[in-house]
Design a protein around this ligand. Structure first.
Ligand SMILES: Nc1ncnc2c1ncn2[C@@H]1O[C@H](COP(=O)(O)OP(=O)(O)OP(=O)(O)O)[C@@H](O)[C@H]1O
Length: 194
């Protein structure tokens, strides 16, 4: 396969937390390592030894970060332990300029930001078979506290309502059986890249 694609797409993958997005993407990237590029995030943390600005991250000051927030430059941004991180629209465009498709794994608010941007994106929603099954997976993953699980479940209901609006997504994949769901995702995305 050629290592670059003409007119590569931006693919937005969303869906409730615990629905299986990371599991599906990990497989997709492993199966097609040449097809996708990763956007470089901005961060207010300082570079560690060996890290280069613009490679691992765009390293910026808190003031610059706030400026970018005010300009609506970010698709998503968040603060962890006092450090801010964000995915900018420009960073996603850089990936497509290099001839690689860019997949964004983002939440509903980020999806809305992409819809409001000039990115030419395809929207894929990964839907759990049911809210009960989603709860089972979140518990099974064992990475969340009870409080976090409840928060994720109430956010999931909002995401499902949003996804139910006709035309919100180009493709809805129900992640019931992982093999089947993966094949559907792989076929759809490789179809976009063909
Ligand atoms: N089809 C499936 N059937 C059963 N279990 C699954 C399936 N797909 C994923 N899982 C399991 O569900 C759990 C949640 O999956 P994963 O971490 O990929 O979700 P996610 O959507 O990426 O969540 P987050 O948005 O919180 O990162 C994992 O333990 C994973 O192994």
């Amino acid at each position: 396969m050629a290592s670059t694609i003409s007119n590569p797409p931006v693919i937005v993958l969303s869906g409730p937390s615990g629905t299986g997005k990371s599991t599906l993407l990990k497989r997709l990237f492993a199966d097609h390592p040449e097809s996708f590029g990763f956007s470089v995030s901005h961060t207010t943390r300082g570079p560690r030894a060996g890290e280069t600005d613009g490679v691992e991250y765009h390293f910026v000051t808190p003031e610059k970060f706030q400026e970018l927030v005010a300009e609506n430059a970010f698709i998503e941004h968040a603060t962890f332990a006092g450090r801010s991180y964000g995915t900018s629209i420009a960073a996603v465009k850089d990936v497509t300029k290099q001839g690689r498709a860019c997949i964004l794994d983002i939440e509903m608010e980020g999806v809305k930001q992409v819809k409001n941007s000039d990115l030419n994106a395809k929207f894929v929603f990964v839907q759990p078979p049911s809210v009960e099954e989603l709860e089972k997976r979140l518990r099974g993953r064992g990475t969340e506290t009870e409080e976090a699980i409840q928060k994720r479940l109430s956010a999931a209901i909002k995401e499902l309502d949003f996804a139910a609006i006709p035309g919100t997504h180009d493709k809805i994949i129900i992640n019931d059986d992982l093999e089947r769901a993966y094949k559907e995702l792989d076929d759809y995305i490789m179809g976009l890249l063909a």
